[in-house]
Design a protein around this ligand. Structure first.
Ligand code: HEC
Ligand code: HEC
Ligand code: HEC
Ligand code: HEC
Ligand code: HEC
Length: 215
């Protein structure tokens, strides 16, 4: 059997096979690197300024809408312009090195570039305002940002993750007035959820249509 191939041919064939294998695996890894999430799930994302939701939301109690002003009315929650930071930081902590990029940006008029933590591919459509209007809490998709010194992603943002809720939204719905309350828990989620699906006229049959998220 061992004489079917010349020993040297066998060696070259094996070398070639190995080469092909390395190319395939390498190619897959490179593809994943180019198209996959820029940040790993759960890892804090570095920013030009170490902005802390823990300090600003958890300790100082600033409402999400103060900085993410469009979240109730538009598809995008929006990131705050430097002028929003300067309402406080034109007086507070202006000398700390940590705030230097903020002060520089304010003086030069050049916007700070925040590294994105949550980002969907272009072929997926998402809208904040409808989720807020129908009682999906910020905490359900973004976790306890009030405990995060640096913001990190807490959900996979996969199609399966979206669909898990679109199939059974009653597992997650809360009263609209609790959407921004990160501490809130339902006492009986099942009952409340079913009641809210009716009250907010949520059409679960339609929510899994491809065209809802791929338009
Ligand atoms: C004082 C201003 C401020 C407040 C208040 C605030 N944020 Fe932010 N938020 C920011 C800034 C600045 C960033 C960009 C830096 C970062 O990712 O941490 C950000 C980023 C985020 C991100 C990541 C966005 C992305 O994809 O990069 C989420 C999610 C978020 N905030 C949710 C919230 C929620 C929920 C609340 C209320 C509980 C809130 N924020 C309150 C300023 C604020
Ligand atoms: C409503 C007032 C207010 C606004 C608006 C505000 N901050 Fe602050 N910031 C504070 C206070 C108060 C502290 C002190 C934090 C503490 O110890 O609780 C602080 C601290 C900081 C620090 C020091 C590090 C830390 O977390 O202790 C940084 C950096 C900072 N803020 C960045 C920003 C940026 C960037 C923005 C705009 C997106 C912003 N802040 C908007 C009040 C504000
Ligand atoms: C149903 C899940 C869901 C809920 C609820 C939700 N978000 Fe988001 N959020 C996302 C997704 C998905 C993205 C990325 C959007 C994209 O890339 O187009 C995002 C992005 C963001 C961003 C980055 C800027 C932007 O709009 O892309 C901020 C800030 C943010 N969310 C804040 C909030 C706040 C504040 C709340 C509560 C009022 C909230 N989100 C509720 C899923 C959610
Ligand atoms: C925790 C629950 C939950 C999660 C997670 C969630 N959604 Fe939704 N989504 C809802 C609810 C509830 C509605 C409102 C449905 C209605 O009004 O009938 C909605 C509505 C929508 C709509 C508007 C539908 C329309 O045309 O009226 C879009 C688009 C959408 N979601 C996209 C997404 C995408 C993309 C993701 C994942 C990145 C996602 N959603 C994750 C609960 C969720
Ligand atoms: C609730 C929102 C939602 C619905 C409904 C939805 N998708 Fe998606 N889809 C997504 C998201 C989010 C991604 C991106 C996943 C990622 O980046 O990992 C995606 C990705 C995809 C992709 C790219 C391949 C992949 O898995 O990354 C295809 C193909 C796709 N969807 C087809 C469909 C088809 C067909 C339907 C209807 C049966 C559908 N989707 C319904 C949210 C949705």
């Amino acid at each position: 059997m061992s004489q079917v191939f010349h020993p040297r041919f066998g060696f070259r064939a094996r070398l070639a096979l190995l080469g092909v294998l390395v190319l395939i695996v390498g190619g897959c890894l490179a593809w994943r690197g180019m198209t996959g999430d820029p940040h790993r799930l759960g890892e804090p994302v570095a920013q030009p300024v170490p902005f802390s939701h823990k300090h600003h939301v958890g300790d100082d109690g600033i409402d999400c809408r103060y900085c993410h002003a469009d979240v109730e009315t538009s598809a995008f929650a929006g990131l705050p312009p430097i002028s929003t930071c300067m309402t406080c930081h034109s007086q507070l902590f202006t000398d700390t090195p940590m705030l230097r990029p903020v002060v520089d940006s304010w003086r030069s008029g050049r916007a700070l570039h925040w590294n994105r933590v949550y980002q969907l591919p272009d072929f997926v459509y998402f809208d904040h305002s409808i989720h807020v209007a129908k009682g999906v809490g910020c905490v359900t998709c973004h976790g306890r940002v009030d405990r995060m010194p640096l913001t990190r992603r807490v959900v996979p943002l996969s199609m399966k993750w979206c669909l898990d809720c679109h199939r059974d939204p009653q597992k997650y719905l809360r009263p609209r007035e609790r959407v921004f309350d990160l501490d809130w828990h339902a006492r009986d989620q099942r009952r409340l959820g079913l009641r809210l699906v009716r009250a907010y006229r949520i059409d679960t049959a339609r929510l899994t249509d491809c065209s809802v998220c791929h338009r």
